[in-house]
Design a protein around this ligand. Structure first.
Ligand code: NAD
Ligand code: WQD
Length: 354
């Protein structure tokens, strides 16, 4: 019998790419998403991202539930009506600036929502979980590359980052209290790009806060120029270094994580970096985009963005050792897939499929 996976936040950017992989692997999938950051267009109750995922895979979700993780009765009913094998937990709010302005919203949504999920899981004896964590838990690292043993939480510069840190601590405590739990916390570095079909991708709301969607919007003419935040960092060209990771590699990482926690006896809490292990400066990304697409990005150097770390990249060896995962796609692929998605979908999921 095929495994049944409950995916929270499966309509979002990372979730939709992962659901596509899960369906391709013949898993049964239930998605719960409150659509706070997703788009419904056709009035049939399914977000456009998941309509496209079903179309691309030729497979159907077992169920889509338009619901909120803060609704504990709803969660209990999902677990009581289904024999769920594994939970993949993407649902959360993720905008750093908004989290500074609205900390209670972030603590309520991300922490309360996750505690409800964990309580339902405990009640119905489902104890295998893959959690979306973030390199943001490391803050500004003292050394590079960043291994999973580095301290977390101390340098988080915003409430969003602190929710990821706090949730990891809660999950660790749970695993200490009960050996039945098996939790894998995947600390993503900088996921970018889109599925090769260019039918699913990242749809930022309003002015993008992240580098790659900003670049593609400049390339397509929606924005005039990219503001490069600071060129006085101690790096080769003065701009910040990040570990960009192709979204399709990230999705494969989730498949490997499921295989590990489901097929092996792998109790306890395990944090794993998902990155390439290679960092690029902002100017290198701009250059790579030109190489990959032929489009030159207009930019100007502006002041540093408060809270930005100078350089962040992963030591990605543990992912290889523990789950047998390694990123295979490079920066050019990330740029060209992001550009293809932007061109094919100038209005994100509101664009017609061509
Ligand atoms: P996203 O906003 O595209 O997807 C998150 C989904 O969760 C959305 O569809 C949203 O509607 C849903 N959601 C939010 N709160 C909910 C709630 N209370 N109940 C039900 N659904 C809810 O974000 P994403 O980029 O796909 O990120 C997925 C996860 O990965 C998040 O937890 C995020 O913090 C984490 N993460 C993302 C990145 C990144 O750069 N994209 C990096 C590191 C970690
Ligand atoms: C990358 C680089 C900017 C925009 C964020 C979150 C983090 C994680 C991933 C979820 C930096 C520079 C950016 C622009 C620029 N998300 N930049 N001009 O800051 O590494 O991480 O996303 O967990 O929590 O903080 O990613 O894409 O915003 O920035 O110069 O318009 O691009 O300074 O050096 P970041 P990013």
């Amino acid at each position: 019998m095929s495994k049944l996976i409950l995916v929270t936040g499966g309509a979002g950017y990372v979730g939709s790419h992962c659901v596509l992989e899960f369906l391709n692997k013949e898993y049964n999938v239930i998605v719960i998403d409150n659509l706070v950051n997703s788009t419904i267009i056709n009035g049939n109750g399914l977000p456009e991202s998941l309509i496209r995922v079903q179309h691309l895979t030729g497979k159907k979700l077992k169920q889509f539930i338009d619901g909120d993780l803060r609704d504990s009765e709803l969660l209990d009913s999902i677990f009581s009506n289904n024999n769920i094998d594994v939970v993949i937990h993407f649902a959360g709010l993720k905008a750093v600036g908004e989290s500074i302005a609205k900390p209670l919203l972030y603590y309520d949504n991300n922490i309360t929502g996750t505690i409800n999920l964990l309580k339902s899981m405990e009640k119905f004896k489902v104890n295998k979980l893959v959690f979306s964590s973030s390199s943001t838990v490391y803050g500004e690292p003292e050394e590079l590359p960043i291994t999973e043993h580095f301290p977390t939480g101390q340098n988080c510069t915003n409430p969003y980052g602190r929710t990821k840190y706090m949730l990891e601590e809660i999950m660790k405590d749970l695993c200490v209290a009960s050996p039945d739990w098996s939790i894998m916390s995947l600390r993503y570095f900088n996921p970018v790009g889109a599925h090769f079909s260019a039918d699913i991708g990242e749809q930022p709301n309003g002015e993008p806060k992240n580098l790659m969607p900003y670049i593609t919007q400049v390339a397509v003419g929606v924005r005039k120029e990219l503001k490069v935040f600071g060129n006085d960092y101690k790096t080769s060209d003065g701009t910040c270094i990040r570990d960009y990771l192709h979204i399709e590699d990230l999705a494969v990482g989730h498949l490997k994580a499921i295989d590990k926690i489901y097929n092996n006896n792998f109790p306890g809490f395990h944090a794993i970096n998902l990155g390439t292990g290679r960092g690029y400066t902002v100017l290198e990304v701009i250059q790579a985009f030109k190489m990959a697409t032929g489009v030159k990005i207009a930019y100007k150097i502006v002041d540093r963005r408060p809270g930005d770390a100078c350089a962040v990249y992963a030591d990605a060896r543990l992912a290889h050792e523990v789950i047998g995962w390694k990123a295979t796609r490079g920066l050019q692929d990330m740029c060209s897939s992001a550009w293809k998605w932007q061109q094919k979908n100038p209005n994100g999921y509101r664009s017609k499929v061509k």
